[in-house]
Every structure is written in structure tokens, then in C-alpha cells.
Ligand binder design. Structure first.
Ligand code: FES
Length: 208
């Protein structure tokens, strides 16, 4: 949150409380990815760099791919215009986002077979190897999330032993992550990379 918003929350708690409730209610029917992409567009429209970085990270943590973020900006071209889109791309290039390269976007990725969906019980988290890549697979009810096992800080391949309850702690510099959301909750500021996933004919698949 910006310093100005923090100020307003303290100075006018009631009015700002209504404002945040309004935003929450207004997006109730949208899935998290769509909400995140709309938030990214609003930050580009306002050209707030800190907010843009914050919401791009959230969009990726909510399962958006870098290509989807870029598409959302391009779709909003009539409102944003080219100058703001170029500004946003410049900001995102400074973030060093995995997959935010023309080559990776052109390749589009491919679906990998991870495991049988019912091999993971609801609530369970498991580290698996898939086609040479380490993954943390999370199941909440019927919703699956697939995170890269590599730390977003300096790429340490994090093992199952680093998981304590819902907290995954990288052994190298102790960045800690909420394994359910992928959010970085201690020491760092970048979430685990999340791969798009789907269940097809009983098999969990991930895209990279
Ligand atoms: S490499 Fe994981 S915290 Fe630094």
C-alpha cells in the first residue's frame, strides 16, 4: 500500500474502510486471476511503480503467466495507450520475472504430466519431480496449485524437509513462503513461481 493510502487509512479509517469493502464486494464474482489482472491494469493506468510491482507479483502468485499479464495490458490498450504499456513493460523488465522474455512467451510452454490427481489427499502438500523439475504440489479441496521448488531469491532447489506445516523455508538465506499461496512471508519479497495447472482425465498437469 502506498504511503498516501496508509495515511488516509489512519486519518479517515471509517471512510477508507467503506472504500476497501466496496472494492472487495465489487470483485466478489471474479476469480483471483481476473481480479489480479484488473488490479495490474489499474496500477498501469495510475503509473504507480510500487503498486504495479506488487500487483504483478500477486498476479503471478495467483496463477497468471507472464504472457497473460502482457495480454491483459495489450487488451487494455484503448484505455492505457502505448506510452503507459511501454512504461509498464520497462518496470516489469527490471523485476527479472521468470518467463518474461520474448523467447519464453513465443515458445508458450507445454503441459507436463505431474501425477494422478487423486494421489494427493485434500489438504496435502507434496514435493515431486516432474520431467527434471522439482515441484511443490498443493491440494485444497479440488483446487491444485503447483509451485516451482526453486527459491525465487537465488534459485536454491528447496526440499520437502524444508516444509514445516504450511511454511516452506529456504535453507540458504531463510526466505519463508506460505506453501498454500506461494507468498513470501518472511525475509524476502518475491513469491514462489507458480505454474498453471489443470486436471485432465484424472491426471494433474502443469504448464511451463
Ligand atoms: S536462495 Fe533461497 S533465500 Fe536465498
Amino acid at each position: 500500500m502506498s504511503d498516501a493510502l496508509t495515511f488516509l487509512v489512519k486519518a479517515r479509517p471509517q471512510a477508507m474502510g467503506h472504500y476497501f469493502s466496496f472494492l472487495k464486494e465489487a470483485g466478489k464474482q471474479l476469480d483471483p486471476k481476473t481480479r489480479s489482472l484488473i488490479s495490474v491494469i489499474t496500477k498501469v493506468h495510475a503509473q504507480t511503480e510500487r503498486g504495479l510491482k506488487q500487483y504483478v507479483k500477486r498476479a503471478l502468485a495467483d496463477g497468471c503467466s507472464p504472457a497473460e499479464v502482457l495480454d491483459a495490458l495489450l487488451m487494455a490498450f484503448p484505455a492505457l495507450g502505448l506510452a503507459k504499456i511501454v512504461w509498464a513493460v520497462d518496470v516489469m523488465l527490471t523485476m527479472g520475472l521468470p518467463g518474461f522474455t520474448p523467447e519464453a512467451m513465443a515458445a508458450g510452454g507445454q503441459w507436463h504430466d505431474v501425477m494422478a490427481a487423486d494421489a494427493l489427499a485434500p489438504g496435502e502438500v507434496r514435493r515431486v519431480e516432474c520431467d527434471g523439475r522439482g515441484l511443490f504440489v498443493v491440494r485444497d479441496g479440488d483446487v491444485f496449485r503447483v509451485h516451482d521448488s526453486h527459491c525465487p531469491h537465488q534459485g536454491t532447489d528447496i526440499q520437502q524437509l524444508a516444509l514445516d506445516g504450511d511454511t516452506l523455508t529456504c535453507p540458504k538465506h531463510q526466505w519463508a513462503f506460505d506453501i498454500r499461496s506461494g507468498a513470501c512471508v518472511r525475509n524476502g519479497n518475491t513469491p514462489l513461481r507458480r505454474f498453471e495447472s489443470r486436471v485432465a482425465e484424472g491426471r494433474l498437469q502443469a504448464l511451463w
